[in-house]
Design a protein around this ligand. Structure first.
Ligand SMILES: Cc1ncc(COP(=O)(O)O)c(C=O)c1O
Length: 365
């Protein structure tokens, strides 16, 4: 089966024999009481990689968002939430709203919409907290980081990003030839906006880096504020030693081979888009390894998904956009080969052609 459903974009697997062994899965104490040395080292390396002063690990982004939105001042904060934000940050915002915080939505990656809503709703005694994803795989666009930050700064507030998708793919010094950039540090590096005291970033390492653990990174002051007040660090188990060793392994792989893996990935995505364009199709996603077929291209996505499956090709059938209608996305990773992409595109073209013939046959009879 050709699998286009996995978000392990760099193809990192971390098989057990590749990892440093561990003496126990967990120490049985919460992070507030004792943090493992390797965990602290991984967090520091992540801060360096991402362009932040400090970082701390947590079991998942769900833990982090739940915790963070319980810690903000609910009476003196207005939350401005980008409408395209991933559900987990949204669930955190709902927690803050339940505690009394005011929440306003604004149009996805639309600086004018954010400016307008902040201007008309800002309050002398309330600090804005802007919440957004660092990169949107559905539309293939990065967050307008400098714009969002300038607005946060102008009104004395903060920007909280979920950078799960960009981590490991985007990095510093992007160019026309190398749109991903170098190093895989994520959206801050890619946008050359680093060490900003108004910026807080939550990222899962479970996608490009293949290690299911989350990182909160930001200024020293904000990370230590979180460390001191965090509820999950008191009441939940910390990330397991096995996962921390996988994260350590991911960082070593990224350092030694990451740029080569990203180049390989870029070649695959470009090949896919080139062949699709030649056949008259324009998938969404830009050069990001998540490519979404537009509805007109895929005809009936449910039928197409079934047909691809019967040809041994797994894709993601989902309710992707605001209309909640079915869409098909294809997730590529550095372990795919060019022949896999060719096979996929040929199958897509063939099925679309057959579909069109069927439609015209139905009309004729
Ligand atoms: C933007 C974003 N945030 C958070 C998550 C959740 O990460 P995890 O799977 O590690 O819980 C995902 C998963 O796809 C994601 O895309």
């Amino acid at each position: 089966m050709l699998d286009f459903t996995s978000a392990l974009y760099l193809g990192m697997r971390h098989q057990s024999h590749a990892l440093r062994p561990w003496k126990s899965f967990t120490g049985g104490v919460p992070a507030a009481l004792r943090e493992s040395r390797p965990g602290i080292t991984v967090a520091r390396s992540m801060a360096d990689l991402q362009g932040s002063e400090d970082a701390v690990l947590a079991p998942s982004t769900l833990h982090l968002f739940w915790d963070l939105f319980g810690l903000i001042g609910h009476d003196d904060t207005i939350i401005y939430m980008d409408e395209g934000v991933y559900p987990i940050a949204r669930w955190g915002v709902e927690r803050a709203a339940a505690k009394g915080a005011v929440v306003r939505g604004f149009r996805h990656y639309n600086t004018d919409s954010l400016t307008e809503i902040v201007r008309t709703t800002s309050h002398r005694r309330k600090r804005p907290l802007i919440v957004s994803d660092g990169f949107c795989p559905s539309c293939g666009r990065p967050v307008p980081l400098s714009d969002y930050l300038s607005i946060a700064e102008a009104f004395g507030g903060y920007l909280l990003l979920d950078d799960t998708q960009a981590l490991g793919i985007l990095g510093h010094s992007p160019s026309r030839n190398n749109p991903y950039g170098i190093g895989g540090g994520g959206i801050l590096r890619w946008s050359n906006v680093i060490h900003n005291p108004r910026l807080l970033v939550v990222s899962s390492m479970a996608k490009a880096f293949g290690a299911p653990v989350a990182v909160l990174s930001g200024s020293k002051a904000m990370v230590s504020h979180f460390r001191e007040r965090s509820k999950i660090r008191v009441h939940c188990s910390p990330p397991s030693n096995a996962i921390i060793h996988a994260a350590e392994h991911a960082l070593a792989l990224n350092k030694n081979f990451g740029d080569r893996m990203r180049q390989n990935l870029l070649r695959l995505v470009r090949r896919f888009r080139h062949l699709m364009a030649r056949a008259g199709f324009l998938p969404k996603g830009g050069v990001f390894p998540v490519q979404t077929l537009s509805r007109s291209e895929s005809l009936d996505p449910v039928v197409l998904h079934e047909r691809l499956l019967s040809h041994g090709i797994q894709t993601v059938l989902h309710q992707g956009d605001a209309s909640k209608r079915a869409l098909i996305s294809l997730l590529m990773n550095a372990r795919h080969g060019l022949p896999d992409i060719d096979y996929l595109v040929n199958a897509l073209i063939e099925m679309t052609r057959v579909n069109k013939l069927e439609v015209s046959y139905e009309i004729r009879t």
